[in-house]
Design a protein around this ligand. Structure first.
Ligand SMILES: C[S@@+](CC[C@H](N)C(=O)[O-])C[C@H]1O[C@@H](n2cnc3c(N)ncnc32)[C@H](O)[C@@H]1O
Length: 282
């Protein structure tokens, strides 16, 4: 396990993932019944953007820093509000002392009656996650394999909630493992909502994954893709999200948000591209 998310915290892919995560959870808490958030690959929880790792890549400068500084069209204010509130304002030096990972975004949005189950396999990261947010009574941190944990924690007692699957894609068979885990989880808990992240790097693998989702029998699957540059020109330029049983409002909100994110985070001189479409249902 070499992947360290600290190098990438707050980059274009985190912005898209965390903005839509905050939005989905905000929609879900409009109903009074408590819910469960399960994060299978939780990471550190909170990232120091002045750390050695974040400073070395500076990826956040073309992600959260651009989004926070850009003038926002009024029609996106509501869509972006929970994410930007979770991030908070930059300091006077233009730096954030901390950038929230998915556990901290969820922790910010959710209510006292909701619960968070966070899995992180890397022992150092699991310890950091526990230190950062494990003191919150709503939070349970599991230092274990997130795919395996899904079997144990689903369906949650609340019978409503969101599962985020956000693996590091270090292994060549990660798409296969991800799809298999998602289908197992969905079979155990078909009414749950799911959100999965993947890189847009290998077109054939992404196409096979999309075909697997479309032909899986799951009834409502929304695909969201954002390319901020040329996918063949070096560093990761695109990320995808697939949502199973998303809120009914998500497609229209993503269609409003994606062109703006593409314009704000696009790499100079490179093409940008975005897609929002149903792979199954609707
Ligand atoms: C992309 S990062 C997670 C980022 C986080 N979800 C966020 O948005 O802030 C992936 C994390 O998964 C962890 N990891 C790798 N394999 C794992 C596994 N099998 N189960 C749980 N965590 C794993 C890595 O150590 C890494 O911290």
């Amino acid at each position: 396990m070499n992947y360290r998310h600290a190098f990438h915290a707050g980059n274009f892919a985190d912005v898209l993932k965390h903005a839509l995560l905050a939005r989905v959870l905000t929609y879900m808490i409009a109903k009074p019944a408590p819910l469960r958030f399960v994060d299978t690959h939780a990471g550190l929880g909170v990232y120091d953007l002045a750390s050695d790792e974040a400073t070395r890549t500076g990826e956040w400068r073309d992600g959260i820093a651009r989004v926070a500084a850009a003038p926002r069209p009024p029609e996106l204010a509501e869509v972006l509000a929970p994410y930007l509130a979770a991030v908070g304002p930059a300091g006077a030096d233009g730096l954030w002392r901390c950038y929230p990972g998915s556990p901290a975004v969820a922790q910010w949005v959710l209510r006292p009656e909701d619960r968070l189950t966070l899995c992180e396999l890397h022992p150092d990261d699991a310890a950091a996650l526990k230190r950062e947010i494990g003191g919150d009574k709503r939070v349970r941190v599991m230092a274990s394999d997130g795919y395996a944990a899904l079997n144990a924690v689903l369906p949650p007692p609340e019978r409503r909630g969101l599962v985020l699957i956000d693996p590091p894609f270090e292994k060549t068979d990660e798409f296969d493992r991800l799809l298999a885990a998602l289908l197992r989880a969905h079979a155990k808990w078909p009414t749950g909502s799911y959100m999965v992240w993947y890189p847009l790097k290998n077109r054939a693998a992404v196409g096979r994954f999309a075909a697997g989702l479309a032909g899986s029998g799951m009834k409502r699957v929304l695909q969201v893709h954002l390319l901020v540059g040329d996918p063949d020109a070096g560093p990761l330029a695109g990320s995808g999200l697939a949502f199973v049983n998303p809120p009914y409002t998500l497609k229209a909100e993503a269609e409003a948000l994606l062109p703006w994110l593409a314009a704000v985070m696009g790499r100079p001189g490179q093409p940008t591209e975005w897609t929002v479409r149903w792979l199954a249902g609707e």
